[in-house]
Design a protein around this ligand. Structure first.
Ligand code: FCB
Length: 484
């Protein structure tokens, strides 16, 4: 059984200071367009696959959608003010493709471009380094009607989208994430069917995955051509995986699952092609790959974005999945309200494994956070101690990974705001800022106060030390000159 660290948090917190991290470490929060923007039919935006998916009965737990969500489209200035007030110095957001292109032959929508231009200027004015994600799951519906990610044409449409956006914003945005979590796009959207576009076909999912990785590979040189000093990467959801028992078949199953969950992405991106063990196990499910695809996918990047949430335990289970593997629930572990196991030590081991096996130029935690059943107390406060503790423990895990030699250069907390959490709707709150979805009032939760104190108090302490040192030096100098 894993160690229960929760009771130890107050003392753990004292082990964590901003100054434990390099002074150029990036501290941010993350969001995505469909989850927060709302304004689904405003200023020329056309429907995305998520608008269509939400309209189908039974797809979203509470029947909600991203049509209004946190109405960030109209509240962006206030939201950026909050991000700034936290003392963060970076902000990860995504660009809504259906705000930019409205049809197969359409010209880029000037109103959509203007929105992101304002947003980026707003970040820069507030000292927030913009980190833009190009694809965070909101494909325009007209592209889905033509086959979506299952079609190679979407790869080229994505490259065109990347070209237009980076040409428009590249003078101010230097950090680009091509894709967020290709595994989710492929598997949740096309195998499990629990995300848009709701397809349930494993073979399609594997092909989609190939197209998504290929589009990353083909877009990257285009972004570089538009933005000379660009820093480009993508964000993968990666998981530490272990076997359910000591049995050799469970070990083999865990290795295969790791192959499909982690190596299937990392290997081709780092120039090794698809992992052969998984390729063979896939048999007829293996994707159609054209000559040159693997070379394109292996394009050099500047960083790897790691989204970390939970570990997985696997057993051998014939017939349970295409690779004969099955997830096993850990017993006696702590979980968030989503049921996701809390395992900060797994984050350290995952980062170390990536560092050792792939040596990325740099890693950024592009997402990490938790959902809990927050409630507003009578005095209007939201005391989400569990989320604060989750964050402290994961930051300690990052600190430990850095001590072990991992090149982690920044941390983006998921999420700045409560938002539309995909199939879970607005019922799962991940924000450190509470959003009342009726009034759109924002209230920083206790976790936001903690993050701000963590980011600003140690800065103040540093300033105080510098001031004290300067004062001592000045006194010494004046004593010396009076003695002379
Ligand atoms: C990740 C997604 C993000 C959010 C968090 C909780 O998989 O990238 O949009 O839903 O999970």
């Amino acid at each position: 059984m894993r160690k229960n660290l929760l009771h130890a948090v107050p003392s753990l917190a004292t082990q964590l200071q901003r100054t434990d991290f390099n002074s150029d470490f990036l501290w941010g929060t993350a969001t995505s367009a469909y989850q927060i923007e709302g304004a689904a039919a405003t200023d020329g935006r056309v429907p995305s696959i998520w608008d269509s998916f939400c309209e189908q009965a039974g797809t979203i737990r509470d029947g909600s959608s991203g049509a209004v969500a946190s109405d960030h489209y109209h509240h962006w200035a206030e939201d950026l003010d909050i991000a700034q007030s936290l003392g963060s110095n970076a902000y990860r957001f995504s660009i809504s493709w259906p705000r930019i292109f409205s049809g197969p032959d359409s010209k880029p929508n000037p109103e959509g471009l203007a929105f992101y231009s304002r947003l980026v200027d707003g970040m820069l004015e507030r000292g927030l380094q913009p980190w833009a994600t190009l694809y965070h799951w909101d494909l325009p519906q007209y592209l889905q009607d033509q086959g979506g990610w299952a079609s190679r044409d979407t790869v080229h449409a994505f490259v065109e989208f990347a070209d237009v956006i980076t040409e428009h914003l590249g003078d101010r945005v230097k950090h680009w994430i091509t894709h967020n979590e290709p595994w989710c796009t492929a598997m949740l959207g096309h195998a499990d069917g629990i995300h848009a576009p709701g397809i349930k076909d494993f073979k399609t999912a594997i092909q989609v995955c190939h197209h998504v990785l290929l589009s990353h590979g083909l877009a990257t040189p285009v972004i570089r051509a538009n933005v000379a000093d660009a820093r480009i990467g993508l964000a993968l959801n990666l998981h530490p995986i272990s076997a359910a028992s000591d049995k050799p078949e469970d070990f083999a199953a865990a290795r295969l699952h790791d192959g499909l969950r982690n190596r299937w992405y990392l290997d081709p991106l780092y120039g090794r092609g698809y992992p052969q063990d998984v390729w063979q196990a896939l048999g007829d499910y293996a994707p159609v790959v054209y000559e040159g695809d693997l070379q394109a996918m292996a394009v050099s990047t500047d960083f790897l974005g790691v989204n970390f949430y939970f570990p997985e335990i696997i057993e051998h289970a014939p017939g349970a999945s295409p690779l004969n593997t099955r997830l096993v629930d850990a017993v006696g572990v702590e979980r968030t309200a989503f049921g996701w196991e809390i395992a900060p030590e797994g984050m350290t081991s995952l980062l170390k494994r990536i560092q050792d096996d792939y040596q990325p130029h740099a890693m950024y935690i592009t997402e990490n956070g938790a959902t809990y059943d927050d409630h507003v107390d009578n005095d209007g406060q939201i005391r989400d101690e569990l989320r604060r503790d989750y964050l402290i423990r994961h930051l300690l895990a990052v600190k430990e990974a850095i001590r072990l030699g991992c090149q982690v250069k920044g941390y983006f907390l998921w999420s700045l705001l409560d938002n539309f959490e995909w199939a879970e709707g607005c019922s799962r709150r991940f924000g450190i800022v509470y959003v009342d979805f009726i009034t759109q009032k924002r209230t920083p939760k206790l976790s936001a106060h903690w993050y701000r104190d963590f980011l600003l108090e140690t800065e103040k302490a540093k300033d105080a030390t510098t001031t004290a040192k300067a004062a001592t030096a000045a006194t010494q100098q004046s004593q010396e000159s009076s003695a002379a």
